[in-house]
Design a protein around this ligand. Structure first.
Ligand SMILES: Cc1cc2nc3c(=O)[nH]c(=O)nc-3n(C[C@H](O)[C@H](O)[C@H](O)COP(=O)(O)OP(=O)(O)OC[C@H]3O[C@@H](n4cnc5c(N)ncnc54)[C@H](O)[C@@H]3O)c2cc1C
Length: 454
C-alpha cells in the first residue's frame, strides 16, 4: 500500500511537498481552505509584485523624455489594476491545480486539523471528512501581526492584505514598519503618486541589511519626497476629525496622513490546527523544537513554511516542502543536504531593486572575519547607461585565502535576477575566478558580476 501523506495548507510549502511526494509514489491529500498556491499567491508575493510592476511602468512612462520619447500623461486605473492582479492569481492557481491533478493529488477544499496522531479531519462545505495518515505536514502559513493599539478597517487603516489595491489611492499613506514588506509598500505607493511617510523604529531602514545597501534605498526615498520618521516606534493610532489618520510615536512625534498601513511582521496560523492536541510541544504559537528534517517531537508530524519559524520566504517554504516529501518517502536515509538558511538569496522589490545572499560585509566585520570585498558600481557599465539607470552596485564577498565566494549584495535594476549567479557560487562553493572566467553577454548588467569577481 502506498504511504499516506496528508498536508494541511496549500501554499508554496504544501503544493511543493504534494507534487514531490506524489511523484515519488505517495498517496497525497492536500487540504486548503482558500486557494491552491496559498497566501503567497493570493495576498503576499504575487499581488505585491504585480502592483510594484505597475508602479514601475508608471514611473518609466513619467520619464520617457529621458529616453527620447514623448508618451503623454499616464494615469493609474485602480479597477484595471485589480483585474490584472486577479487574472495573474487565477492563472497561477489554474496552473498549480493542473499540475497537482496530473499527479493524482487529492485536493480537498476545507479547513484541516489534526484529529489524532494518525487522522486528519477536514471541515468542508459538504461536511467533515477524515483521512488516515502515515505522515502529516502542517504548512498553514502566517497572517499580518496586528498590534493592540490599531484596528484595521480595510478603509483607512490597512494591513498589507487590504492594499491590492485599496478602494482609493491614499493621498498620504503612513507606512508603519521599515522591514522588507514596509519598504516595498513605500516604493509601491510612492510610485503611484501617493505622498508617503515611513515610521522607522531604528536609525536605518531595513535594519537587518548591509548599511551601504540600506543607504542607497534611503537616498532614493528622500529623492522621491518620502518622509522618514527615524528612531520612532508607533504606539497609537487615531482617526482625526477631518477623516484622516494620526500615528503617535513613542518619542512624542505624530505622523499625519490620509491612510495608515501596518507592516510589522506576521504571526503563524496554528490556532485550531491541533498540533498541541496530539502531543507536539509548543512554545506559544511556535513549535518548540524541530530537527533538521523539520520533524516535530512527534516524528511523523512535520511543519514547513512560515509556521516553521525559519526564514519566511516562499522560496524557502518550497524547498522545505520538497525536502520533507523526500524524507517522508525515505530518500534522506544516507545522503542528505540540510537546508542552509544562511545561503538563501532574497530580494526587495524596490527601486532600485535590492538582493543579497550569504555573508554580508557588515556581519563579516562584526565577527572579525577576514574577507575580500570587491564592489563595482553600475555607473561604469554600458548597459546601465543604455537603460538610463546607473544607480547601484554589485558587491562580492570572498575568502581572501581560497577565493571561495561567501556572499554578495546587489543594488540596482534586475538585482533579484542577477543575484542568482552569486547564490549559485555560494551554494556550490565556487571561487571568484569561476565567475571572472565565465564569458558573459555584452552589453549586459551581469558584466558587473564578472568585474567584481576579478
Ligand atoms: C506582503 C508580503 C510580500 C511577500 N513577498 C515575498 C516575495 O516576494 N518573495 C518571497 O519569497 N516571499 C515573500 N513573502 C513571504 C511569503 O509570502 C511567505 O513566506 C510564504 O507565503 C510562506 O509560504 P507557506 O507555504 O508557509 O504558506 P502560505 O503561502 O501562507 O499558505 C498557507 C496556506 O494555508 C492555508 N491554511 C491555513 N490554515 C489552514 C487550515 N487549518 N486548513 C487548510 N488550509 C489552511 C491558507 O489558506 C494558505 O493558503 C511575502 C510576504 C508578505 C507578507
Amino acid at each position: 500500500m502506498a504511504l499516506r501523506f496528508v498536508i494541511i495548507g496549500g501554499g508554496p510549502a504544501g503544493t511543493q511537498a504534494a507534487t514531490t511526494a506524489a511523484r515519488l509514489g505517495a498517496e497525497v491529500t492536500l487540504i486548503e481552505r482558500d486557494i491552491i498556491g496559498g497566501a503567497a499567491n493570493l495576498w503576499d508575493c504575487i499581488p505585491s509584485k504585480a502592483m510594484i510592476a505597475t508602479g514601475g511602468q508608471l514611473m518609466q512612462l513619467r520619464h520617457t523624455t529621458d529616453m527620447g520619447l514623448n508618451a503623454g500623461a499616464a494615469q493609474l486605473d485602480l479597477v484595471a489594476l485589480r483585474g490584472r492582479i486577479e487574472g495573474i492569481v487565477d492563472a497561477l492557481q489554474a496552473g498549480n491545480r493542473r499540475l497537482l491533478e496530473s499527479q493524482g493529488v487529492n485536493m480537498v477544499k476545507g479547513t484541516g486539523r489534526i484529529f489524532d496522531q494518525q487522522t486528519v479531519l477536514a471541515t468542508t462545505a459538504e461536511g467533515d471528512l477524515t483521512f488516515e495518515a502515515d505522515a502529516i505536514m502542517v504548512s498553514t502559513g502566517s497572517r499580518p501581526r496586528i498590534p493592540d493599539w490599531a484596528a484595521p478597517d480595510g478603509d483607512r487603516v490597512l494591513t498589507t492584505r487590504d492594499a491590492y489595491p485599496p478602494k482609493e489611492l491614499p493621498e498620504h499613506l503612513i507606512v508603519i514598519g521599515s522591514g522588507v514588506t514596509g519598504v516595498e509598500f513605500v516604493h509601491m505607493f510612492s510610485s503611484f503618486g501617493s505622498k508617503v511617510t515611513l515610521i522607522v523604529s531604528r536609525q536605518q531602514v531595513l535594519p537587518s541589511k548591509d548599511p551601504e545597501v540600506a543607504a542607497e534605498l534611503e537616498n532614493d526615498f528622500l529623492r522621491r519626497g518620502v518622509s522618514l520618521f527615524k528612531g520612532a516606534r508607533a504606539v497609537g493610532l487615531d482617526h482625526t476629525e477631518d477623516g484622516g489618520i494620526a500615528v503617535r510615536c513613542d518619542d512624542g512625534r505624530v505622523a499625519r496622513g490620509s491612510h495608515a498601513l501596518l507592516a510589522i511582521g506576521s504571526i503563524p496560523n496554528v490556532e485550531g490546527v491541533g498540533l498541541d492536541k496530539v502531543g507536539v510541544e509548543m512554545n506559544g504559537s511556535w513549535v518548540k523544537s524541530l530537527d533538521h528534517h523539520l520533524r516535530t517531537n512527534v516524528p511523523h508530524i512535520y511543519v514547513a513554511g512560515d509556521v516553521s519559524g525559519k526564514l519566511p520566504l516562499a522560496s524557502v517554504a518550497s524547498m522545505q516542502g520538497r525536502k520533507i516529501a523526500e524524507h517522508v518517502m525515505g530518500l534522506h536515509k544516507v545522503d542528505h543536504r540540510h537546508i542552509d538558511y544562511e545561503k538563501a538569496a532574497s530580494a526587495i522589490f524596490t527601486e532600485p531593486e535590492i538582493a543579497d545572499v550569504g555573508l554580508a560585509e557588515a556581519d563579516a566585520f562584526a565577527e572579525g572575519r577576514k574577507v575580500r570585498v570587491t564592489k563595482v558600481p553600475f555607473v561604469s557599465l554600458a548597459k546601465a547607461l543604455i537603460n538610463d539607470d546607473p544607480r547601484g552596485f554589485v558587491k562580492i564577498i570572498s575568502d581572501p585565502a581560497t577565493g571561495v565566494v561567501l556572499g554578495g549584495s546587489i543594488v540596482g535594476q534586475h538585482a533579484a535576477e542577477l543575484i542568482s549567479v552569486i547564490a549559485l557560487a555560494v551554494t556550490a562553493s565556487l571561487r571568484v575566478n569561476d565567475i571572472a572566467e565565465s564569458l558573459f553577454v555584452h552589453p549586459a548588467l551581469a558584466e558587473a558580476l564578472a568585474e567584481a569577481a576579478e
